[in-house]
Design a protein around this ligand. Structure first.
Ligand code: GAP
Length: 504
């Protein structure tokens, strides 16, 4: 556990030190769970968004984009169910006055039992040495099974209480599990209450209840309420999708783990409208497609897993999460949901406008069913960034920190480095930059010894360092150093743009 914490601390520190992510309002001591993306962070974030947009919109003839407003009519959130049901169960400790999410206290309790399982596995590994069969050990060891049974019982009881909205039962469960406040160490808990996660604000100058607006907690509703606009003006035929990238806001109570859970964040969502009865086929299609998108970044498959939902929201008939192995364990990165006709039907009911589609092949009108794919930009950033950050010991015993970002996402694709600051090398380097910058982000750096400059570029994930030396002036070629292998090769300057593009 300590090891995981260390890795995570390093991720946060590196993100700040190199200008990827800063705490919001830092000179005013920060604003909890809100972050700013710095000069390199904004490049990486934009590249992630572009990678998603290309895969979803550019590569699919039947998917178009949308950029709907953050402010929407308040009845939208009534129709969607967010006003009544977008809640977290909260509990306060009377001694420390700290507030917690009841479900998080229970999850943390489960995590402690999981740690016990891991300790048993480690003991087993030491005891059996080479012959240790981890899978068999987990499936047969008495203590492991006992712990696992406890976890299953807790999860079942918790799910039943949440489904029944039984807040008293939830408090009783926390007492029964003898969960203590991590700050005061006591079990002096208040009752559990529901807390709505939407931020409310006012529009216009008249202060009365009817003016209350919400900052959208998801981008999806902007898509549903524009379903007819896009379908008609774009002459879209079912099946088709509408994709959107944009900010969402949630008043998260337990906002922690850096940009994993923020109060202001960004989502990339796509709603795919299909014929009723075909939705499960499309659900399976998008489940596979979305995992392929992640894997195409070159991050190993074992970092991802599906988590199929057994207990479904009342409007869904299939749901899965793609989970990623973050430094603090496997957690949700993306959700894929088969939402039936719930959203369009509810908006029809609340707006009084018929949100249907006339299917000319079937010669009938129906309310399309929806498959949703929904992924957080910031969570994707954290997944890619934390996986890429490595400390390496080199053959000569020295160490380096390298950010092995997928080349297509790296903030700078190349750095151009004159070996010395004289003899016409800086001018030659600038000439190269003037050509390359037409196609990609490139950086110039002449400060410090070349080795230190390589290290700096390694740390910010630049895949290629292009060194201009005295030979360059006569042979019109440069040395290209590869970030991950540190191999170097000579490339003719007039070949450079094509060479780099082919690698990126
Ligand atoms: N429209 C469906 C929807 O919003 P969700 O599971 O609540 O579903 C989708 O959110 C994705 O948005 C999550 O998988 C996660 O990547 C991201 N996300 C949700 N809440 C977040 C938060 N507080 N901070 C950062 N990302 C968040």
């Amino acid at each position: 556990m300590a090891h995981q914490d260390d890795i995570f601390k390093k991720v946060v520190a590196h993100a700040k030190e190199y200008g990827f992510i800063f705490p919001s309002s830092e000179i005013y001591d920060g604003l909890a769970a809100v972050y700013d993306y710095g000069q390199l962070g904004v490049e990486l974030k934009n590249n992630i968004k572009q990678y998603w947009w290309r895969a979803m919109v550019q590569m699919h003839e039947n998917i178009v984009g949308l950029d709907s407003a953050i402010f929407m009519h308040p009845r939208i959130w009534k129709a969607s169910g967010h006003v009544d049901a977008f809640n977290d169960p909260l509990i306060d400790n009377k001694d420390s006055k700290k507030r917690y999410r009841a479900d998080v206290l229970i999850e943390d309790h489960i995590a402690k039992i999981e740690e016990k399982i891991e300790k048993e596995v480690e003991k087993g590994r030491k005891r059996f040495g080479e012959a240790f069969d981890e899978a068999q050990f987990r499936a047969t060891n008495g203590r492991v099974l006992e712990h696992q049974q406890k976890i299953n019982d807790i999860r079942d009881r918790f799910a039943a209480l949440m489904n029944a909205n039984d807040l008293e039962g939830l408090k009783q469960m926390i007492l029964d599990l003898e969960i203590v406040c991590p700050v005061s160490g006591t079990r002096n808990w208040t009752d559990v209450r529901q807390f709505n996660l939407m931020f409310a604000t006012k529009m216009g100058s008249v202060i009365d209840d009817s003016d209350t607006l919400y900052l959208r907690p998801e981008t999806a509703q902007g898509i549903f309420v524009n379903f007819l606009n896009v379908q008609k003006t774009g002459r879209m035929k079912v099946p088709f999708g509408i994709a959107q990238i944009g900010k969402a806001f949630r008043n998260e109570i337990v906002a922690r783990q850096f940009i994993f859970r923020m109060r202001e964040f960004e989502q990339m969502e796509m709603q795919f409208f299909v014929r009723p009865g075909t939705e499960l086929e499309w659900f399976r299609y998008w489940k596979e497609e979305r995992l392929k998108w992640h894997l195409a970044l070159g991050i190993p498959e074992e970092c991802y897993r599906y988590h199929d939902h057994e207990k479904l929201a009342h409007y869904a008939n299939a749901a899965t999460d793609i989970e990623f192995r973050f430094p603090f364990g496997f957690k949700e990165l993306e959700g894929i949901h088969s939402r039936t006709d719930f959203d369009l039907s509810r908006h029809s009911e609340f707006s009084g406008k018929k949100l249907q589609y006339f299917d000319s092949e079937l010669n009938e009108s129906y309310t399309p069913y929806v498959i949703e794919t929904s992924i957080g930009v910031d969570r994707t950033f954290l997944a890619i960034f934390s996986h890429a950050l490595k400390d390496e010991t080199l053959e000569d015993g020295s160490t380096r920190t390298v950010l092995s970002l997928p080349a297509r996402l790296a903030p700078y694709k190349a750095a151009v480095l004159p070996l010395v600051k004289k003899d016409g090398l800086p001018e030659k380097a600038r000439e190269i930059i003037d050509v390359l910058k037409q196609d990609m982000m490139v950086q110039y750096d002449e400060k410090d010894a070349i080795g230190r400059r390589y290290r700096r570029q390694d740390a910010i994930g630049t895949p290629f360092c292009i060194t201009v030396d005295s030979d360059t002036l006569s042979d019109n070629a440069v040395t290209v150093r590869h970030r991950d292998t540190m191999q170097q090769e000579r490339v003719a300057i007039d070949q450079l743009p094509a060479y780099l593009k082919s690698k990126i």
